[in-house]
Design a binder for this molecule. Structure first.
Ligand code: SF4
Length: 671
């Protein structure tokens, strides 16, 4: 196939107070017409810097593309283009979809105007023709009523629609290369599947070559032709998608693939995490950057960067194991390091005992409405009932805006409920006196979604952890300090970390601090609100393993809110599915995933990305349509406008929860 983009020996540095950060260290790859190349790796591995370099968006003097680097597009040297040609190249020949559509779209400009602007710059056509083109593009990316929506502002679009508008802008000038930088990371699985299907469809229709940057290996397996795995600013392995997924040859690729919970994973298997953190690229290691985290590390690995070796014509790796004198090791994904008994997963509650165990929390007809204006009410949680047994993990899943977080916060009375009851150890939380409420607050804690925003940047780790200890007067003096050290040790940090500030830690370490803070006052129940969504896959596995260990050790009960359905299945005993404020299905996790009954649950399950290439071939995403608004919802089933089985009764009455099997409940008029 004809190469249109060629990157050779690309080296990029950033100049910071800490010194020169060598973000990209000599990478080479090429991209052919109609091809999808995925670039994967943890945060900080150099993926986005590579994309920005291709568009020459590295701004001097902060950043610098080093001498000796070479980027050619259709044979033209990009690094020497003058300003005029560079303008045509950016947006005209190569365009980019950014990760966060809310910050990349101009909030003060109508969507149509933003598309027209790009068309008029690059295609030299009249305003009227540009408008016609903009409507055509919006239709192409499947925005309904394109003729009217063209006059709307970004805030009037949902997250998925904003991302489609970004794609429309990026494709408006018919670029030959499209760089999609984490285009679906901020989206729900259902919208993610729709957007990726759309990108693939457009690539098929227009022959655009795509550079897809992501850390979601499921998205890669389902969409890419070629994969480049980046670590510490280098491409450590690259090859065709089946070569990387079926025959990975670099220990880092293997570890990344093993860190993903598989849907058919045995419930007593433990997730494989990659211990340690990525290298500091101010002073990159002399040898292999992965050496400190690699269990196969040999003396030569620390001394010399490995050469690039061929596994096949299309498959290359950068590891000393791939040299004839290295010992032979089994890097296959089935290699038996998951079932080591000392690290086997143990649940605090045995699945067969769920029914017999008594409830710690009972939620009865809980409602939480927010009054938006005189005649607008947002029904965030609407008549939800469930219980959580002692020692159990109840997973809650659903698209953004379905009320998962509001439900968790209302249970802890961080929001005042509109109606309903929450019983904690048989006592109504909303009717407790001051003493009882204090006790409840000690017993029920929350781990927040964003490890960056949930820790006070002006407080040391020790002060953050001690806040709850002081409020409840649990420890003082030396005992308090020993407790802080004990907690840090429990979550895999050490006592030297106690006097540091949050900004000195990585995302995974900050989430550990959040967990230590929640555990400090010995709670019985923790609402884990998307505790892993801001973390890389390998770090997610570390945090989930830690949560399970702590649950087992302290008999904790979790409500685990997340939109990563594979991880929810792995960690939860039972799972509840929420849709626009209502609980639509609740069952034991294995049962729910193998036999989803609600039409919405089926759409959700069909959208879970898989890394199993055999399954990818057979897989078909069910079209779930757009989520409707929870503001002044119409009577009847909230899912009815997206449901292909909808009948008359569905618009007349809200379905009630019914038992349809052993521990399996559903709210749907079909049952
Ligand atoms: Fe591990 Fe050595 Fe290979 Fe690096 S070169 S990945 S340390 S075995």
């Amino acid at each position: 196939m004809e190469n249109i983009l060629k990157v050779e020996n690309l080296r990029v540095s950033y100049h910071t107070y800490a010194g020169e950060v060598q973000s990209v260290r000599g990478i080479s790859f090429n991209l052919s017409k109609g091809e999808i190349l995925a670039i994967v790796g943890e945060s900080g591995s150099g993926k986005t810097v590579t994309a920005k370099s291709v568009l020459r968006l590295i701004k001097e003097p902060v950043g610098e593309i080093k001498e000796g680097s070479n980027i050619t597009f259709e044979g033209k040297d990009i690094l020497t283009l003058n300003r005029k040609n560079l303008e045509q190249y950016r947006g005209g020949d190569v365009s980019m979809i950014f990760q966060d559509p809310m910050t990349s779209l101009n909030p003060t400009m109508k969507i149509g105007k933003q598309i027209c602007e790009s068309i008029m710059i690059h295609r030299n056509i009249s305003k009227e023709d540009a408008e016609k083109e903009a409507i055509k593009m919006l239709k192409l990316v499947k925005i309904p009523n394109a003729e009217t929506r063209i006059n709307e502002y970004p805030f009037q679009f949902s997250g998925g629609m904003r991302q489609r508008a970004m794609i429309a802008i990026a494709l408006a000038c018919n670029p030959k290369v499209l760089i999609a930088d984490e285009p679906t990371t901020a989206l729900d699985v259902t919208v993610q599947a729709q957007i990726m299907d759309l990108i693939k469809e457009l690539q098929g229709e227009l022959g655009t070559a795509i550079m897809l940057i992501t850390h979601d290996l499921g998205v890669v397996a389902e969409n890419a032709h070629k994969v480049a795995v980046m670590y510490g600013g280098m491409i450590v392995e690259r090859g065709l998608v089946h070569e990387i997924f079926n025959n990975p040859q670099h220990p880092y690729t293997v570890a990344l693939l093993k860190a993903i919970p598989k849907l058919d994973m045995n419930s007593d298997e433990r997730l494989i995490s990659i211990d340690g953190t990525p290298p500091d690229l101010v002073a990159p290691p002399k040898g292999c950057a992965f050496a400190p985290r690699c269990k196969y590390c040999m003396p030569i690995c620390k001394k010399k960067i490995p050469d690039i070796t061929d596994v096949s014509d299309t498959h290359k790796t950068m590891c000393w194991l791939n040299h004839e004198y290295a010992p032979s090791v089994d890097l296959s994904l089935g290699a038996d390091d998951v079932k080591i008994s000392s690290v086997q997963r143990k649940d605090a509650i045995k699945k067969e005992n769920i029914k017999k165990t008594h409830s710690l929390i009972e939620v009865k007809n809980l409602k939480k409405y927010f009054k938006i204006s005189k005649d607008k009410v947002l029904k965030a949680v609407d008549d939800v009932s469930f219980d959580i047994k002692k020692g159990e993990t109840l997973g809650i899943v659903g698209e953004s805006g379905c009320g998962k977080t509001t439900c968790g916060r209302t249970i802890l009375e961080l929001y005042k409920p509109t109606a309903g009851q929450v019983l904690f150890e048989n006592k109504n939380v909303y009717g407790m006196n001051k003493m009882e409420k204090r006790k409840f607050m000690k017993n029920a804690q929350m781990i927040f979604q964003d490890p960056y925003a949930s820790l006070n940047p002006r407080m040391t780790v020790s002060d953050i952890i001690c806040e709850g200890i002081d409020i409840h007067g649990l420890y003082s003096g030396k005992d308090k300090l020993s407790r802080v050290y004990e907690l840090l040790n429990m979550v895999g940090l050490n006592k030297e970390h106690a006097n540091r500030f949050p900004h000195e830690f990585s995302g995974g370490q900050r989430q550990r601090i959040g967990i230590a803070r929640a555990l400090a006052i010995e709670p019985k129940f923790i609402v884990c609100d998307e505790p892993i969504s801001a973390l890389d896959m390998s770090i997610q596995a570390q945090v989930v393993n830690l949560l399970l260990d702590l649950q087992n050790r302290f008999d904790l009960t979790y409500m685990f809110i997340a939109h990563d359905l594979s991880m929810v299945k792995y960690i939860s005993n039972r799972v509840g599915v929420m849709y626009l404020g209502c609980m639509v299905e609740l069952a034991e996790s294995r049962e729910l995933y193998s036999n989803p009954l609600h039409p919405y649950t089926k759409v959700l399950m069909s959208a879970i990305p898989t890394t199993d290439l055999e399954l990818v071939k057979k897989k078909k995403h069910l079209d779930g349509g757009e989520v409707s608004s929870p503001i002044n919802p119409l009577p009847g089933c909230r899912f009815r406008n997206r449901c292909k089985y909808s009948k008359k009764i569905c618009s007349e009455a809200m379905p009630k929860m019914k038992k349809v099997g052993n521990n399996h409940y559903i709210a749907c008029h079909l049952y």
